[in-house]
Design a protein around this ligand. Structure first.
Ligand code: GLU
Length: 492
């Protein structure tokens, strides 16, 4: 049993007079989109109030390598720009910030609750899952009525036990949620949940209350799956005589009307979205709007703009459906807003997946306005690497006033003009082709359409004849044009 000074010392460490929020992920090795959104809202509330954002790793249920999984959390949050003020790696006044490292804290608090009649030791055989604690319907647990002396004697004698919360049999418990309002649960519906497991580690249900209090958390942001347990947490706060934090329970993100987004069912994680070519800015902006509506019509927000605009009043009770089409729309808009240099840097690995040794700055400039996702890029550039097999029907185009015969004529004229280009750069290729159209007294399109088809084998390409010609290099451009001529002549 710890003495009062031990409790007082912990209380004295709690910072007062500031908004303090925490993101408390379990180290699973990946970041759910729903978790990322919780992190974002939690961060926004702290930043908006000029308060502190804490990171706490909740690893009491994890049999896996926590260290690596925690790294995933650090990397993801940092990369997204959600920096934390206190956490396992940066420390802070109320650490440690990893739950298993706080192990020694929980039992003394549980003993305090036992003393106050709000919890009891239960010696019953361990059942399948003590975690979910529905082992006994309340009142039937024989240990609930053991005398304090007997329970203590058995514990001292080394008999294994769990600590359970003693829920009052009568009455009801009410708590306030910032989104859902007042919620009342009859105490008869609440179970004597396990607080400390047989191995001495706390359950989430206990640890979240102790940690949130000892870390001075003022706003608890988490998913609605915790709504039904919150009356029990409130009874714990009451048992200790502590103030409860503000609760903000966020509605789930759904794949469709019936199903929550779930990695197990193949829905993407945050990392998956990144590797699918979505930009973090677009993902964060989009997920911010899943569960929160800004005042007004505006949809595009950078992180600092979100801090400005965010308001709990805009949070929604209804689940939100994750719409990849809408996310893609956000993504293309964010891509367009990048500077040419930024876009080139982002696009380069994807460009190099398709082609090497070409002018990536030029390719990037051709793609930026027509790219929805970075991962589309290699597919958009396949024709540069190898000329696809195409139908000469592509040479027929009403708008450019070309048919097969015209195209053959244009290509035959273009071939020597391209051959003569020196030095080989975009300006000279441009001048040669436009100069030729002038000389032939035809509209540019009449010449450029057949050249572009011969060079690309595609009706739609990033960039026009000049850029593609330039990218391919003289030799390959001439080869492809000759091929076009041969095919058209062969069919004539
Ligand atoms: N570790 C819990 C989770 O990942 C945190 C819930 C909470 O924020 O209280 O769901």
């Amino acid at each position: 049993m710890k003495d009062q000074a031990w409790f007082d010392e912990l209380e004295a460490r709690i910072p007062k007079g500031e908004v303090r929020t925490r993101f408390a992920p379990s180290p699973t090795g990946y970041m759910h989109i729903g978790n990322m959104r919780t992190a974002l809202y939690t961060w926004l509330i702290a930043r908006k109030a000029g308060g502190k954002f804490l990171l706490r790793i909740e690893d009491t249920d994890q049999g896996r390598l926590v260290e690596d999984a925690a790294e995933v959390i650090y990397r993801t949050l940092r990369d997204a720009g959600l920096h934390w003020d206190e956490g396992p790696d940066v420390g802070g006044p109320v650490g440690p910030y990893i739950q298993t490292e706080r192990k020694a804290l929980y039992l003394p608090f549980a003993e305090r609750l036992i003393q106050r009649g709000c919890a009891y030791r239960c010696f019953c055989e361990k059942t399948e899952s003590e975690e979910d604690s529905g082992d006994f319907s309340r009142g039937e647990d024989p240990c609930r009525s053991l005398s304090a002396e007997e329970a203590e004697a058995r514990a001292r004698a080394g008999e294994p036990y769990v600590v359970r919360q003693r829920i009052p049999r009568e009455g009801s418990t009410t708590f306030h949620d910032e989104i859902f309002g007042d919620i009342t649960a009859p105490n008869a519906d609440l179970d004597d949940q396990v607080l400390i497991k047989r191995d001495g580690l706390p359950t989430y249900n206990f640890a979240n209350v102790i940690d949130d209090h000892l870390m001075g958390i003022t706003h608890v942001v988490r998913g609605t799956e915790y709504l039904s347990s919150t009356p029990k947490y409130n009874l714990l706060y009451q048992g200790f005589g502590w103030d409860t934090p503000a609760y903000i329970h966020c509605s789930p993100i759904m794949r469709d009307a019936q199903h929550k987004l779930s990695k197990r069912h193949g829905d993407p994680t945050y990392d998956d979205l990144l590797s699918q070519g979505y930009l973090k800015e677009a993902i964060l902006n989009y997920i911010a709007l899943l569960g929160w509506s800004p005042a007004g019509e505006r949809e595009f927000f950078t992180l600092p703009e979100l801090v400005e605009a965010f308001d709990l009043k805009g949070m929604s009770k209804s689940p939100a459906i994750f719409d990849p089409v809408k996310l893609t729309y956000f993504n293309s808009e964010y891509i367009r807003r990048k500077s040419p240099e930024e876009f080139e840097a982002l696009a380069r690995p994807y460009i190099e997946e398709a082609v090497t040794g070409m002018d990536t700055a030029l390719i990037a400039s051709l793609l930026q306005q027509r790219c929805e996702k970075l991962s589309d890029i290699p597919g958009q550039l396949g024709f540069l690497k190898a000329l696809p097999d195409y139908d000469t029907e592509l040479f027929v185009n009403k708008k450019s006033k070309t048919d097969r015969a015209v195209s053959l004529e244009m290509l035959r004229s273009a071939l020597p003009a391209v051959e003569a280009i020196d030095p080989w750069d975009q300006d000279h290729v441009h001048d040669a082709l436009i100069g030729l159209a002038e000389k032939l007294e035809v509209k540019n399109a009449k010449l450029l359409w057949p050249v572009r088809i011969a060079l690309s084998g595609q009706a739609v390409t990033p960039g026009g004849a000049v850029e593609i010609c330039c990218l391919l290099g003289k030799e390959e451009a001439l080869r492809r044009m000759q091929l076009g001529i041969d095919r058209l002549a062969g069919e004539a």
